[in-house]
Design a protein around this ligand. Structure first.
Ligand SMILES: Nc1ncnc2c1ncn2[C@@H]1O[C@H](COP(=O)(O)OP(=O)(O)O)[C@@H](O)[C@H]1O
Ligand SMILES: Nc1ccn([C@@H]2O[C@H](COP(=O)(O)OP(=O)(O)O)[C@@H](O)[C@H]2O)c(=O)n1
Ligand SMILES: [Mg+2]
Length: 204
């Protein structure tokens, strides 16, 4: 896949800037992404939101996706990547926050192979399970997976499948870890520092 841009009259391939936003369920990924969009001009795609929209659209995969989400399981990468790819191509932007993805090694490897994109960095919201559980039980978005039984399964999946992805990017020096247990405004101050540094790097 290419991202053609006109430069000096010739067509060159310019890859978009991608930031993966990771953290346990309820760590505040969606909340902070909305702030980053407002201040730094990124386009935000939540893999979970795209999957929920796919269920609503009446897609042939809808029932499978719904069952996996209810069980806190990770949907096969081909489905999620197809949705992300479509959203990226339709967006018209070249800076993306990809929230809640990659959630396991399969997600990570498949994205790299299919999209041929490496993240600029990985934003990791670190938060205790107790705090995340409180937030999810108070989220009130009518989500079928915000009940204590599914929340426990999601925590297990996070520890077993998503932490190894974060460790992989840590070994490449790409993880920017944030203490997400603080109030929203304080978390955003830490986030702002990281994105300001990234903007300075691009401008340099
Ligand atoms: N720093 C915070 N302190 C307290 N509550 C928060 C904080 N960040 C987010 N929340 C609330 O917690 C819930 C989960 O946040 P959300 O952004 O949806 O997390 P995630 O996308 O990581 O699951 C929401 O109801 C949100 O308003
Ligand atoms: N990459 C992804 C992201 C989400 N999902 C599914 O969607 C559910 C909700 O993801 P989400 O990112 O909206 O959840 P939060 O972490 O925001 O609470 C996950 O528990 C998975 O079942 C997935 O299968 N693969
Ligand atoms: Mg979310």
């Amino acid at each position: 896949m290419g991202y053609p841009t006109e430069a000096s009259g010739s067509l060159i391939e310019k890859k978009p800037t991608v930031v993966f936003v990771l953290g346990g369920p309820g760590s505040g990924k969606g909340t902070q992404c909305a702030n980053i969009v407002k201040h730094f001009g990124y386009t935000h795609f939540s893999a979970g939101d795209l999957l929920r929209a796919e269920i609503k659209s009446g897609s042939e995969n809808g029932t499978m996706i719904q069952n996996m989400i209810k069980e806190g399981k990770i949907v096969p990468s081909e489905v999620t990547i197809r949705l992300l790819q479509k959203a990226i191509l339709q967006s018209g932007n070249d800076k993306f926050l990809i929230d809640g993805f990659p959630r396991n090694e399969e997600n990570r490897a498949a994205f790299e192979v299919i999209m041929l994109i490496e993240p600029a960095f990985v934003l990791y919201f670190e938060c205790s399970e107790g705090e995340m559980e409180r937030r999810l039980l108070g989220r009130n978005q009518g989500r079928e997976d915000d009940n204590i039984e599914t929340i426990r399964k999601r925590f297990m999946v996070f520890l077993e499948s998503s932490i190894p992805v974060i460790e992989y990017y840590e070994s490449k020096g790409k993880v920017r870890k944030i203490n997400a247990g603080k109030p929203i405004e304080e978390v955003f101050e830490a986030v702002r520092t990281i994105f300001t540094a990234q903007d300075d790097k691009i401008a340099a």
